[in-house]
Design a protein around this ligand. Structure first.
Ligand SMILES: *Cc1c(COP(=O)(O)O)cnc(C)c1O
Length: 376
């Protein structure tokens, strides 16, 4: 018999989701818009403490509309955190902008404010800055925001992985001109697929809703003066989101506990370090990650293979964008020349199973397999 699969981060449903989807069925609010969409937007805006929210079909769609609303146009330079998932950057490329990648700092693994300052010296007029809170750890977002404000450049905050994480008591995703969340299947809460764009700018969010529903002019017939998109979240999907949102704090507490369990379990192994926490923040610990000391013969690939033998999922750290073949021609700004911080973490890092449904036995098994690699 095959061993039970232990996932990296899989959906966890509670029943409230189905109840709200059922309501949508009972009232025949199946077709795109409806009370769940409006309700989910309001509840998300209230939860993160931001004025306005637009529910969309994915985090990528939200990033795309944020890019458009920030005014990014063909040929513009956009500064983007290199250490991220490609969806942070692809939307800028849909608009034919030119990404310039910014290295990370060691303290939070996110955009290095010093590297960002250097980027402004080289390219004084980027159209936008895209910062990320990777794995749920808040970036040094106040410093990043201050630099953007000084140069009067819009800040897009990719908080796809950090819903519920705070920096100095404020929710990540609410520091920038635009904030983006994702409800993809592996995120801390999920709608199977979906995203949310938030902003204090009411006009911009109204514009996002307009663009996301095919940009139809207010006429009786179908008239269009702008290119539109089919990016709106459906009322059925929004029902799942409303149900999940009721359990976000619970999910966060479990993810934090998983992180602390790994941290305690590897405390006596000097070769292993946990991914960093921001002392000014409270992370949702979406994924717990480790890095292995340089020149250690236990590689991330070796640990991944050992876990896979027990049907336990793990994943390599995001490969930085400046190392991606598709972005080979893009510039990369780091504080010191030589091997970059993000590349170093990529080489030595591994994401461990951080599934909300992991049992105490699952955690013990994962931990014991990893400890064994180090002869413990
Ligand atoms: C998941 C993710 C996205 C994309 O969100 P989707 O909802 O899958 O489109 C964007 N950026 C980061 C950092 C992500 O992890």
């Amino acid at each position: 018999m095959e061993r039970k699969r232990i996932y990296l981060s899989s959906p966890t449903m509670h029943g409230d989701e189905q109840r709200m989807v059922q309501e949508a069925f009972d009232t025949n609010w199946i077709s795109p818009l409806g009370p769940n969409v409006n309700g989910f937007e309001k509840e998300m805006a209230d939860y993160v403490g931001c004025g306005y929210a637009a529910a969309l079909s994915s985090g990528t769609a939200a990033l795309h509309l944020a890019t458009i609303l920030a005014g990014v146009k063909e040929g513009d330079i956009v500064f983007a955190q290199s250490f991220t998932f490609s969806a942070s950057v692809n939307p800028a490329c849909y608009e034919k902008a030119i990404p310039v990648f910014i290295d990370s700092e060691k303290d939070t693994w996110n955009m290095d404010p010093e590297a960002l300052k250097r980027a402004f010296e080289k390219y004084p007029h980027p159209a936008a800055v895209i910062a990320v809170h990777l794995y749920g750890t808040p970036a040094k977002i106040d410093e990043i925001r201050a630099i953007c404000e000084k140069h009067q450049v819009p800040l897009i905050e990719d908080a796809a992985e950090s819903l519920g994480s705070t920096f100095k008591g404020q929710m990540t995703g609410t520091f920038g001109d635009f904030g983006v969340y994702s409800f993809n299947g592996n995120k801390i809460i999920t709608t199977s697929g979906g995203g949310m764009l938030v902003s204090e700018n009411e006009t911009a969010i109204a514009r996002a809703r307009f663009l996301s529903t095919q940009a139809r002019d207010p006429e009786k017939y179908y008239q269009h003066s702008t290119i539109g998109y089919n990016y709106r979240m459906s009322n059925v999907v929004a029902g799942i989101g409303r149900g999940q949102l009721l359990h976000l704090e619970e999910h966060k507490a479990i993810k934090q506990k998983i992180y602390r369990q790994y941290e305690a379990a590897f405390a006596d192994i000097p070769e292993i370090k946990m991914n960093p926490m921001n002392p000014d923040g409270d992370a949702n610990n979406w994924l717990s990650c480790i890095t292995i000391a340089p020149d250690c013969d236990v590689t991330p690939a070796k640990i991944m293979d050992a876990l896979a033998e027990y049907n336990i999922e793990s994943r390599f750290i995001w490969k930085p964008m400046h190392l991606q073949p598709v972005f080979a021609n893009c510039d990369f700004i780091q504080v010191k020349e030589g091997i970059s911080v993000s590349e170093d973490i990529f080489n030595r890092g591994l994401c461990l199973s951080s599934d909300i449904k992991n049992t105490a036995e699952d955690m013990e098994l994962i931990i014991s397999i990893i400890r064994r690699q180090f002869g413990r």
